[in-house]
Design a protein around this ligand. Structure first.
Ligand code: 5GP
Ligand code: MG
Length: 177
């Protein structure tokens, strides 16, 4: 595994994003919706850096089986009421963009006052949708990354750094099949 962003770089990127979010909302109450499970570490770090009134809810999407995309499912049972609220969606990585696009469509149907999105990572040259996230902490090359919340077959989310998986790491171990 090759380290792409270490703990200090991640911390600095999340800090920058927190300051940008604070200045855009100017102290107005915010409803943050984290897209689980990949954004769990970012969500926990980011909300502790935001000095503003906020509520936190989550939804869960899943689209990946190994490293290839499957069809998207959205579970919004743990989401807060977002009608007439300023809403910020948080996701781990903007890859093709289909996940965020579908989640935004669902959220917009619930009538928020405003709806923006923040992602830790944006993979270069991969986007298949018009949309661009409002806040991006890091642009990264087109490689499959794990750590800081991101998984490969549900493992590696706990790494405190972001790493690229190498071909030898992509062999699924018998215990995770
Ligand atoms: P999109 O719909 O933008 O193609 O994909 C978004 C979702 O795919 C992310 O929320 C993330 O769960 C997953 N994903 C995309 N690229 C990567 C990657 O490099 N590593 C990991 N672990 N997940 C990824
Ligand atoms: Mg995700």
């Amino acid at each position: 595994m090759k380290v792409l962003l270490d703990q200090q770089q991640l911390e600095a990127g999340v800090e920058r994003m927190a300051r940008d979010i604070e200045s855009l909302y100017g102290g107005k109450p915010l409803t943050i919706i984290g897209i689980m499970t990949g954004s769990v570490v970012l969500l926990a770090d980011l909300i502790r850096k935001l000095e503003m009134p906020l509520r936190v809810g989550v939804i869960q999407t899943s689209s990946y089986r190994g490293t290839s995309r499957g069809s998207l499912t959205i579970n919004s049972e743990l989401m807060l009421d977002i009608t007439d609220r300023d809403v910020l969606l948080i996701d781990d990585i903007f890859d093709t963009g289909h996940t965020l696009k579908e989640v935004i469509q669902l959220m917009n149907s619930l009538g928020p006052s405003s709806l923006r999105s923040a992602v830790l990572l944006k993979k270069s040259g991969r986007q298949e949708v018009q949309l661009i996230p409002d806040f991006v902490a890091f642009d990264i090359p087109d490689e499959f990354v794990v750590g800081y919340g991101l998984d490969f077959n549900d493992e590696y989310r706990n790494l405190p750094y972001l790493a690229c998986l190498e071909p030898s790491d992509l062999v699924t171990s018998p215990t995770t099949v």
